[in-house]
Design a protein around this ligand. Structure first.
Ligand SMILES: [Zn+2]
Length: 140
C-alpha cells in the first residue's frame, strides 16, 4: 500500500495527535481485510501535530463513534484516486451502545439486553446523560 495515496477507500484526517489508536480499536479496524495505515504525529499547519488513518477499501465509517472520540476529524471518501466527498464529524446528539452507564442501579446495569442510550446534555463540556437514570458522563 502506498502511504501517500489510496485509490478507493477513506482517509480520516486531522485526528488529534495520539488518538488514532483509540479510533483504530473503537472502530475495530483490525477486523478489516485490507490495508490500514496509521500515520502518527504528522506536522500540521493548523493544529501542530495530528494523526491520519487511511483505509484501503470502501468503508462505511461510524461517524457517531468518530464524533465522540474527536469531533475535529475530517473524513475523505476516495474513489478512483479522487476525493469525491469530505465530511466533518460532529459531537453526536445521541450515542447508542457506545458509552455504558456506570450507575450500578441503572436499568441498563441491572437488566440485560437493554440499549445503552445517552443524549448530549452539554456540548461545551462534552457531557452526555443516560436517558434512563440521568447519570452524566463526561468525555475526555
Ligand atoms: Zn443509566
Amino acid at each position: 500500500m502506498n502511504i501517500d495515496s489510496i485509490y478507493n477507500g477513506i482517509v480520516l484526517d486531522h485526528i488529534t495527535a495520539g488518538k488514532s489508536m483509540q479510533i483504530y480499536q473503537d472502530l475495530s479496524l483490525d477486523k478489516l481485510d485490507c490495508s490500514v495505515a496509521i500515520i502518527k504525529n504528522v506536522k500540521s499547519r493548523k493544529r501542530g501535530r495530528k494523526d491520519i488513518i487511511k483505509i484501503d477499501q470502501e468503508y462505511s465509517v461510524n461517524l457517531d463513534v468518530l464524533g465522540y472520540i474527536d469531533p475535529e476529524i475530517t473524513v475523505s471518501i476516495i474513489k478512483d484516486g479522487k476525493t469525491i466527498e469530505k465530511k466533518k464529524v460532529e459531537l453526536p446528539e445521541q450515542l447508542v451502545n457506545i458509552l455504558k452507564c456506570k450507575n450500578p442501579r441503572c436499568i441498563t446495569t441491572t437488566e440485560q439486553g437493554i440499549d445503552h442510550i445517552f443524549k448530549l446534555a452539554d456540548p461545551a463540556t462534552r457531557t452526555y446523560r443516560c436517558i434512563y437514570c440521568e447519570e452524566d458522563r463526561k468525555i475526555k
